[in-house]
Design a protein around this ligand. Structure first.
Ligand code: M6R
Length: 590
């Protein structure tokens, strides 16, 4: 939810921390801050708003040690005061995660006479480290984190020491190695192009980072050796290219996401086959857009393998006391692999003896540690908060998983159809003209996305995307359910976007279009079914034509259309589609 970065070396930390925070900004952007050790003193700069609000204050800073933070508020509203870093005595920290027992810790500290200056849970950690400090920062951090319940990735500095002490539990944290300089950050992209070698810290680890080296300790302060890995993030892939927004750039990368995910599947196919042998029931879990991919995975498994399948939002699933039983496989779907509810759902499934398959774009994420098999989504880094190419990659991966469960091998007919899809996705991403429909949506009081079966799964995705990036009210709804209540909302100020890619169900959805239009509602139809446009030409105001394809693969093109519609609408309304208000990309809290 927040991003943190630290630097110790010989270069100016101010520049490095600022650039790192810009790259981490997708993790949260309601306030930002940094702290530097300058001549035996700590300088703290923090501001409400996006990272760029720090820029004017960083110009005059020169320091060799620094830590930075970009925030998505959980405890305490976005403000200068609640922005990180937080200080107590000579200790200054940045923290990502949630300290669940902060209220009781705060009460004890208040009784001891400690004064707090923010409403955050994180400030408690700063005061605890200060309380335990008796000349050794590592020891103080170690004692303090033992008191914390919840999750943390934190970094602490002290005015008279040229080092950072970092600790992690359930929130991601990596070390980056340079020559005569070392780094610490929430994720690999923050260090892309800066560090080629990294170490992913384990839960409970504490790291001492200086310019000359890094020592890593376990929770008992015993020195441990952790693996050094190549940094997989490539800085060139993190730029905007010639697109005005990441959302557009990433929509244009959908074809590659589908193609690379298909290619990458070969590496895990055998392992997956073995894990799925004897499976008689499948549960898909995910949050937000990943849950919408789950809805499609369920349809694939039931249609291809004829095995009962369910799709659940991970946050509901983990608290409903789910029944697993023998032969259950749980597919946990997550772009980031960090989403708290999805990771916990996977852990729960594993502890109950289910086979756990992670479907993720982040192959070193927390989710992968909870899984028996990791099915890669090869979408590449997704920076825009709104998920686009990761969704289509997930759908492609789930298609392949379901075919594996059904016993189809790489030469199967369905498999071959998937190879055709990248060029169809490209056609839609490059040529779709959603501008006029976006204009109509931008003026509407409400926008409803409607479809049946697999088109319904895409309808809910279209609706979420539009809400998220344009802030317009709306809903994704099964077309057949419209007349059972929601039709009451339809009038001349509402737009209904119908998704229609299944020729067998076309007549039924066309009825729903008629029902909307005869109540004065405005209709638009996204379709690749022949004859629909002709039949509805006097009813619907706009048509978006999709290339013809197999109905099971249609989400790969119809999703690009609805996501592009959301993007165009957001731009018309002057929203920032890459950083929608109140949101962050990785939701590592419940
Ligand atoms: O990283 P994840 O796929 O687990 O994220 C799940 C949701 O938070 C995410 O899909 C969210 O709904 C998107 N911002 C939607 O565009």
């Amino acid at each position: 939810m927040c991003g943190i970065i630290g630097y110790v070396g010989k270069r100016n930390a101010a520049k490095i921390i600022y650039e790192g925070l810009k790259r981490l900004e997708y993790r949260g952007y309601d306030s930002a801050g940094a702290a530097f050790i300058c001549g035996g003193k700590t300088a703290v700069i923090k501001k409400e708003g996006k990272v760029e609000a720090l820029a004017p204050y960083l110009n005059g800073v020169y320091a060799n040690v620094g830590i930075g933070h970009t925030r998505w508020a959980t405890h305490g509203k976005p403000s200068d005061i609640n922005a990180h870093p937080h200080s107590a005595g000579e200790i200054t920290i940045v923290h990502n995660g949630i300290i669940e027992n902060y209220a009781e810790l705060k009460e004890t500290l208040l009784r001891d006479g400690v004064a707090f200056s923010s409403d955050t849970d994180s400030e408690v950690a700063a005061h605890l480290i200060n309380k335990f400090y008796k000349g050794d920062l590592t020891e103080a951090v170690s004692q303090a984190v033992k008191m914390l319940k919840g999750s943390y990735a934190l970094m602490a500095i002290r005015a008279d020491e040229n080092r950072i002490v970092a600790a992690r539990y359930k929130s991601p944290l990596i070390i980056g190695y340079g020559g005569g300089e070392n780094f610490c950050a929430s994720d690999e992209p923050a260090l892309a192009g800066i560090c080629e070698r990294i170490t992913v810290l384990e839960d409970g680890d504490i790291a001492e980072i200086t310019a000359d080296g890094v020592n890593i300790y376990d929770g008992n302060l015993q020195l441990v050796i952790r693996g050094v890995l190549p940094n997989l993030a490539v800085s060139e892939s993190l730029g905007l290219g010639d697109c005005p927004h990441y959302m557009l750039k990433e929509l244009k990368e959908v074809p590659k996401s589908v193609q690379f995910t298909h290619k990458a599947f070969a590496d895990v196919e055998e392992k997956l086959k073995t894990a799925l042998s004897g499976v008689s029931r499948v549960i898909f879990v995910g949050c937000g857009t990943a849950y919408h991919a789950a809805l499609i995975g369920k349809r694939y498994v039931e249609s291809f393998a004829r095995i009962p399948a369910e799709a659940e939002t991970a946050g509901e699933f983990r608290y409903k006391n789910p029944v697993f039983g023998a032969g259950t496989a749980v597919f946990a779907i997550s772009q980031s692999g960090e989403t708290a509810d999805t990771v916990e759902a996977a852990r729960l499934a594993k502890s109950e003896g289910a086979k756990v398959i992670a479907v993720t774009n982040c192959l070193r994420s927390e989710l992968t540690r909870a899984a028996d098999v990791v099915v890669p989504v090869a979408a590449g880094p997704e920076i825009c908060v709104a998920a686009t190419k990761s969704y289509t990659g997930q759908v492609a991966a789930l298609y392949l998983c379901a075919l594996t469960l059904a016993g189809e091998n790489a030469d199967g007919e369905r498999r071959k159809l998937l190879w055709e899809m990248p060029k169809l996705c490209k056609k839609v991403a490059d040529n779709i003209d959603a501008g006029a429909l976006a204009q109509m949506c931008a003026c509407a009081r409400g926008v409803y996305f409607l479809g049946r079966d697999i088109d319904y799964a895409v309808a809910v995705e279209g609706s979420l995307k539009l809400k998220e990036v344009s802030y317009l009210q709306g809903e994704g709804y099964p077309a057949g359910e419209l007349k059972h209540g929601t039709l009451a909302l339809i009038d001349g100020a509402t737009v209904c976007v119908f998704i229609l890619t299944d020729a067998d169900l076309a007549g039924k959805t066309e009825n729903a279009v008629e029902q909307v239009v005869s109540r004065g509602g405005k209709a638009a139809v996204i379709t690749n079914v022949g004859g629909v446009e002709e039949r509805l030409k006097n009813k619907a105001e706009y048509f978006i034509a999709l290339p013809e394809c197999d109905k099971y693969l249609s989400p790969l093109v119809s999703a690009v259309a609805v996501q592009m519609l959301a993007y165009r609408t957001a731009v018309i309304l002057g929203r920032d589609p890459d950083k929608p208000r109140n949101l962050a990309k990785s939701v590592t809290v419940e």
